[in-house]
Write a protein that binds this ligand. Structure first.
Ligand SMILES: [Zn+2]
Length: 297
């Protein structure tokens, strides 16, 4: 693919994103870019294709986001290959890293040195960060919790993650002014959503700065939830709405059910006949501790 072809793809991609085209359209464009582009610094600089593709990194469709990451990884390797950067280089003699446009916004700050160890196995203790900054165990522990939540499967630098954890705690503390039960429950809810393996988009958006710590501190449970969970919650709400038209079923709390998220045994449930009368009842559950909802039949 020559520079002109690439630029055409970039234009099409920008247009597709702007018009919120279906994921399939974006994937088509990204796939031919992945196949057709051998990245060098000059290609990236001239066509701005890295910048355009990087915009898809946080796309709500997981396949788009995944493909974007693969492309960026591939191009980073292309550029790093010996000779690749220099073959065209008009000013490639030094500082090749500075002119590579494929960067997340966070990497431009000094505190954002990438983590190079095993990203599957990170925590405040394993990363060895100094999270006890107040000498008040209540607040310090919340900072540590947020660090552990944010650091799931990411290569973001420890100092960058720590900064986000500190700022998020500060925003919650500013909201409640003291370490009361509201502060604690807010902190726990945010932590559980951050560390949720299915909720990588929340972590990424916080780490990239798309969601500010202040915003994170005031998000509702539904806003915090992963896309899957949001859909599930919506489905349950719709079921409940349907049920409410035939009389609201009685809600009871049981210690026989365990919340899969926080492992507490304080779960309220309602049962309803959602389909025909000869099919089993559907049970709608909600954890009284963390608000997690699910259903089974
Ligand atoms: Zn729970």
């Amino acid at each position: 693919m020559d520079a002109r072809d690439i630029k055409t793809h970039v234009t099409n991609l920008d247009k597709a994103l702007k018009e919120k085209a279906p994921a399939g359209t974006i994937i088509d464009i990204l796939s031919s870019l992945k196949k057709g582009v051998v990245a060098t610094e000059s290609v990236l600089r001239e066509t701005k294709v890295g910048v355009a593709v990087n915009r898809c990194r946080l796309h709500e469709d997981k396949a788009v986001a995944q493909l974007t990451k693969e492309i960026i990884m591939k191009w980073k390797n292309d550029v790093k290959k010996p000779g690749a950067a220099k073959s065209h280089g008009s000013h490639g003699s030094h500082g090749s890293k500075d002119s590579t446009p494929i960067k997340s916004p966070s990497t431009s700050t000094a505190s954002a040195a990438k983590f190079t160890g095993d990203i599957e196995n990170r925590s405040k203790d394993k990363d060895g960060v100094t999270y006890k900054i107040y000498g008040d165990s209540g607040r310090d522990n919340v900072i540590g919790m947020f660090y552990d939540g944010l650091v799931v499967k990411t290569d973001a630098g420890p100092q960058h993650v720590l900064k986000k954890a500190v700022e998020t705690e500060k925003a919650i503390f500013a909201q409640f002014k003291k370490l009361d039960s509201n502060y604690k429950s807010k902190a726990r809810t945010i932590f559980l959503n951050l560390k949720d393996k299915k909720n990588s988009s929340l972590r990424e958006r916080v780490l990239s700065g798309e969601i500010s710590p202040e915003r994170l501190a005031t998000m509702t449970n539904a806003e915090l939830a992963s896309k899957d969970l949001q859909q599930e919650m919506k489905a349950i709400q719709e079921e409940n709405l349907k049920n409410s038209m035939v009389g609201k079923p009685e809600k009871s709390v049981t210690d026989q059910l365990t919340c899969s998220r926080c492992r507490q045994k304080r779960v309220s449930y309602t049962q309803a006949q959602t389909r025909s009368a000869d099919e089993p009842l559907t049970t709608f559950c909600e954890c009284e501790n963390c608000g997690h909802r699910w259903k089974f039949s």
